[in-house]
Structures are given as structure tokens and as C-alpha cells.
Ligand binder design. Sequence first.
Ligand code: NAD
Ligand code: 89Y
Length: 341
Amino acid sequence: MLRGALIGCGFFAVNQLHAWRDVAGARIVALCDRDGERLQGAGRRFGIDRLYDDAAALFAGERLDFVDIATTVPSHRPLVELAARHSVPVICQKPLAATLEDAAAMTAACAAAGIPMMVHENFRWQTPIQAVGRIIASGRIGEVFWGRVSFRSAYDVFSGQPYLATGERFIIEDLGIHMLDIARFLFGEVDRLTARTRRVNPAIRGEDVATILLGHSSGATSIVDCSYATRLETEPFPETVIEVDGSHGTIRLQQGYRMIVTDRSGTERYDAAPRLLPWAEPPWHAIQESVLAIQQHWADCLRTGHEPATSGRDNLKTLALVDAAYRSAETGWAITPEPPA
Ligand code: NAD
Ligand code: 89Y
């Protein structure tokens, strides 16, 4: 059984702690948070009594097979580098870092220490999104020439995550990063992109609407669009709507997890809804199920020695799209994303 510790017992870590209880082959033996109340609360809720208010003390006091970092961005680099100094394999929440330079330094530190590193980039692990990936990979719709990955909502994310309202950057860094990662997962690497952003909600500091046009190395074109300023008849949070056009057919993943696949032999429709895990709380259940999937993937990779799908190395390419999108929105230019080597 792999022994893990979790650092950062805040809003999202609750999902990770629930999921770790369901992961085969791993368990969380210790918790760390510099906020004593959160630390004690999580310890009581999940029956974990080895509690630390300081990450250095955690590494000194525990024999660990991995550490799961669920803090916000400013602490990601120091905590990942601390894990590397102790040669402890590390998972870090998205966004890995605020700059490509920090992210490159973090992945380099893990590589130099010879430890696996995975970014908790979970959206691509959602059941309906994996299903879209499988259909494309099967060749059923032929060669993909166009796609759209869309997330439009007016859900109040600021009450649970107040820091999202105060940063200079918001939707691309927080949510668009998932959409860009899905675009890479489904349509492959990106040669060039352009982006436009705007802020609609006057109560927040960063952009809450983004539209990004991507040119993929395969020759496909895709659109990633996201908004937290879009009021719809039925609130879709946190659903990602996906459209894919291929040379032999199409895929439509519509609101309500309705999957429609059309090929030369006709149209198939089915329900691609995620499972409602016993601890899940709609509407978050699609995300919560993907947390279990990515954490199980990590445990399996650690056991077998395989590189995780969203390793630090892989995630630099997603972060390069985030960086390119902000640069394009600022300058109006088409940008070639430049992931650090
Ligand atoms: P949060 O502020 O609610 O929780 C972070 C916790 O980390 C706090 O309790 C804080 O005290 C603790 N912390 C910060 N620095 C620390 C340090 N150096 N040592 C020990 N504890 C420290 O934040 P959150 O909303 O839970 O977000 C955490 C991360 O999860 C963010 O990076 C966010 O983007 C990400 N997130 C991911 C998803 C997803 O689907 N993947 C969803 C929501 C949030
Ligand atoms: O922080 C974000 C994430 O990663 O998924 C949804 C979210 O909680 C709000 O945009």
C-alpha cells in the first residue's frame, strides 16, 4: 500500500481526500495545512491523526511514497521543490505555476531528483470526455478536421474559491487551462493560437470570457471558448460541451451529457453521464469522478513505473497554451506556443 500525505486541506482537497479512500493501492497517512482549523477539521473528517502545520516538518516526520499538493499557485513551486529535495514523488494541483519559468524549474527539479511528477489536470479524465477520446481514437469518424471545446456558465465559483475574484488573471488560468488540455488530448499539439478575452462581471479583477482559436499540428482547427458570464435557461456547470467533425462523421457531446455520434452508417445517441459516487455532490459529480480516476491513474503509474498522462513534462505544453493565449489577447497577434524544453 502506497503511503501518501496531502498538503493543503482547503476547498478542493475534500474531493481528493474522499477519492483517496476509494483508490486501490494507496492511502493518505498524514495531512498538512498551515491553517490549524482546516487541518484539524480535515483530520477529524477523514480519520487521519498525523497532522502538520508545516510542510518541512511533514517531510522530516513521515516516510512517504508520494505527496499530493492541493494548495493554491503561490506555494506550488516551493512545495514541489521541497518534495524533490526529499526525493518524494509528487502530484501538484493545476495551474502548476503562474509562469512557464517556474513550471520548468519545478519539472527540472523533479527530473534531477529522479522522482515522478504529475499535475492534477483532471478534466480530461471525466467519463464523457474520455468517451469522446475513445471514439476519435477508434477511427470511426475518420480524420478530425475541426473541433470545439466549450464551457459557458454563470455559476458562482467565487463563493467557494474567493481568490478567483482577486487575481489579475482569471478564466484562462483557472478554467480555460482545462479546456486547452482537453483540446490537446483530443486534437493533438498546437502550432499557433489567437485569443480574445474580456471581463463582463464588474465585481472581479480578471477576465471572465475567453475565445481561443487553435491551429493543431495535425492540420485540424479548434475553438476553445469559456465564460463565467453566460446565463442559460438550465445552468450547465461544470459541463464541457464538445463538437468534433471528422472526414467520416461527427461527435456531439451536448449539455446533459448527451452523446450523439454520426457516421456513414447513421446516428447513435446515448447517455454519457458520469457516475454519482456515494460522496459526490451534484453538480460537481463529473469533476469528483475525474478526481478518483486521475488519482487511481497516479497510483497505478507509481506501481508500474509508467509516466502519468498529465506528467509535469506533458503539462508544460498545456501551460504554454495558457501563456500564449494571454500574450495573444494582450497583443492581438497569433502566437506560436513555446513549451520549455
Ligand atoms: P483553498 O485556498 O481553499 O485551499 C488551499 C489550502 O492550502 C488552504 O487551506 C491553505 O491554508 C493551504 N496552504 C497554502 N499554502 C500552504 C503551505 N505552504 N503549506 C501548507 N498549507 C498551505 O484553495 P482551493 O480552492 O482548494 O484550491 C487549491 C488548488 O486546487 C488550486 O490550485 C485550484 O486551482 C485547484 N482546483 C482544482 C480543481 C480541479 O478540478 N482540478 C477545482 C478547484 C480548485
Ligand atoms: O478552479 C476551477 C477548476 O479547476 O474547475 C472548476 C473550478 O473550481 C472553478 O472554475
